[in-house]
Design a protein around this ligand. Structure first.
Ligand code: BG6
Length: 524
């Protein structure tokens, strides 16, 4: 049935920021893997936009560590070209770039060799003396996880990792009373490839840094629309009373991509959709959508509540995998470069999670993610229970009644929509499903920052709210690992092929049939 859309004109009041601007201290950001893809596409463009918005502090300096650029000039030139190409704001503003470029430095070296750390230490010392970085350091590991332990050991040996104290305030004092400089480490997912390896990675990291020095990036948490899940829930009074098993019938969380593996065949073939998207991004989103109101908006209060949700999800045991989880692979995947012949890696997953807590008992949370689908679309759709009774008598009216759905559109076309039944104009009762639609782009005239802008800034501030905590990561792995093991051990669990450009395998739709639910369409 078609849905007509009512566009809502939103009045935005340029009110005060709910959260006060928190101070960003001078620091040196050291990127390992500084000539890699992430640095070129995301990290340096993020720094450029932070600089453009005046958000980088005086005394901010960037040091790239890598091997492939010949020297500092080549490193700067490489990033100028890439920033011009990948920055969210275009064209490149030369004055901003010049300002950033004068703060970009390069240490050429291999992260295995002690000379690299010696050169890095010397450079950091020089920047402390000449540029006012005040001994504050952020280390960003934009490298494969296999390099993490070598990097941590190298930094520790060079005496570049020191306990930070209270990460949220950074106000720990030396006995002399002065502020203690901070040393923080940012690492990129994947945090392990199963529960055992995640525990091992966390154990290894904890031998070098405290939990409050470790910033585990899940870039979804840096997305404005993901952060807005909490604002929507807890800054409005009307949603929360309905946000439970009494009113919610089920929840659908989708992350669809049009793209395939795009030159990352080797990585992807060892990873698959469950590890790549569900274990981290979508379980984080689910936790935000399902968590209890935190005691406050402090990092650990929020992360405590998210962990509680993950702990309450009913584990899917090996014998249930075939009925609760659907895996798929798009036709043609095996012909992509660097994919193992006969690969059984899933490029699509759909599953049903049940949360065994007071609020959500009995409400299915359906989660799906896939590559090469019809459309790029990430959303959380809350389907409310149907009305108890149709009062309108005639079958043709009653059959048209649909559930109310509140959709939090994470991307693209960021916004929120609510669909509800409405009387069609006329002298008889006829109903239509109509939609109220709030769009970020229409409501606000500022382009939202990219996730990495927010995440880098928060690390400088010492705010861990938007970063994954050790227990959360391990909880998420403990949910996903039995599924991975069942797929590996049991050839009887089917891997469904689906057409590129489709909505995924039909089996994903069958998964919802027993509860008479239906996935929302991915596109017209
Ligand atoms: C990454 C995955 O974490 O997220 C990629 O490794 C995926 O496979 C990407 O394409 C999706 O991110 P976004 O921000 O484009 O939704």
């Amino acid at each position: 049935m078609g849905i007509s859309t009512t566009r809502i004109e939103t009045e935005t009041v340029p009110g005060e920021a709910i959260v006060q601007e928190r101070s960003v201290k001078p620091c040196a950001l050291v990127i390992f893997g500084a000539t890699g893809d992430l640095s070129k596409r995301k990290l340096v463009p993020a720094l450029y936009n932070l600089m453009k918005e005046g958000l980088l502090p005086e005394g901010f300096e960037l040091i790239g560590v890598g091997r492939s650029a010949a020297d500092e000039a080549a490193f700067r030139a490489l990033h100028r070209e890439c920033t011009a190409k990948f920055s969210r704001t275009k064209p490149l503003d030369q004055a901003t770039w010049d300002k950033l470029e004068s703060r970009i430095h390069y240490v050429k070296g291999d992260h295995e060799s002690p000379e690299t750390y010696a050169a890095l230490t010397a450079k950091l010392g020089e920047l402390d003396r000449t540029r006012g970085t005040q001994g504050n350091r952020l280390f960003f590991f934009s490298t494969p996880p296999s390099a993490f332990s070598v990097l941590l050991a190298g930094l520790k040996k060079a005496d570049l990792l020191y306990p930070t104290g209270d990460a949220t305030t950074g106000r720990v004092s030396e006995p002399s009373g002065g502020p203690r400089p901070f040393s923080r480490v940012m690492i990129e997912k994947p945090f392990g490839h199963d529960l055992a390896s995640a525990i091992e990675l966390n154990r290894m990291a904890s031998a070098f840094v405290d939990e409050d020095q470790l910033y585990r990036i899940d870039h979804y948490l840096g997305k404005e629309t993901v952060q807005n899940i909490l604002v929507m829930r807890f800054a409005n009074s009307m949603f929360e009373p309905l946000w439970n098993r009494n009113y919610v019938d089920h929840v659908q969380i989708t992350a669809g991509e049009e793209l395939g593996v795009e030159g990352r065949g080797k990585f992807y073939d060892e990873t698959g959709a469950l590890r790549d998207i569900i274990q981290n991004h979508l379980l984080e989103v689910l936790a935000l959508a399902a968590m209890e109101p935190p005691v406050s908006f402090k990092a650990d209060e929020i992360r405590n509540e998210k962990s509680q949700v993950l702990r309450s999800i009913r584990p899917i045991h090996a014998h249930e995998v075939a009925s609760e989880v659907v895996r798929g692979q798009y036709r043609g995947y095996k012909d992509e470069p660097h994919i193992a012949p006969g690969s059984k890696t899933e490029t699509f997953v759909a599953c049903r999670f049940m949360i065994d807590n007071w609020r959500w008992h009995g409400v299915p949370f359906y989660v799906r993610a896939g590559k090469r689908l019809k459309r790029r679309l990430t959303e959380v759709a809350i389907h409310f229970r149907a009305v108890p009774l149709c009062l309108f008598g005639r079958d043709e009216v009653c059959q048209r009644l649909e559930q109310n759905v509140l959709v939090l559109r994470i991307q693209p076309d960021e916004g929120i929509e609510f669909s509800f039944m409405c009387k069609q104009p006329g002298d008889d009762i006829f109903v239509s499903n109509v939609k109220m639609d709030f769009s970020y782009a229409r409501a606000f005239d500022r382009q939202p920052p990219e996730a990495y802008e927010r995440l880098i800034l928060d690390t400088m501030r010492g705010d861990q709210t938007l970063f994954a905590r050790r227990d959360g990561v391990e909880e998420a792995w403990s949910l996903c690992t039995p599924i991975l093991e069942a797929w590996q051990q049991d050839d009887a669990v089917p891997l469904y092929e689906y057409e590129p450009g489709s909505s995924g395998p039909d089996a994903a739709f069958d998964l919802l049939k027993s509860t008479r639910h239906r996935w929302r369409p991915l596109g017209e």
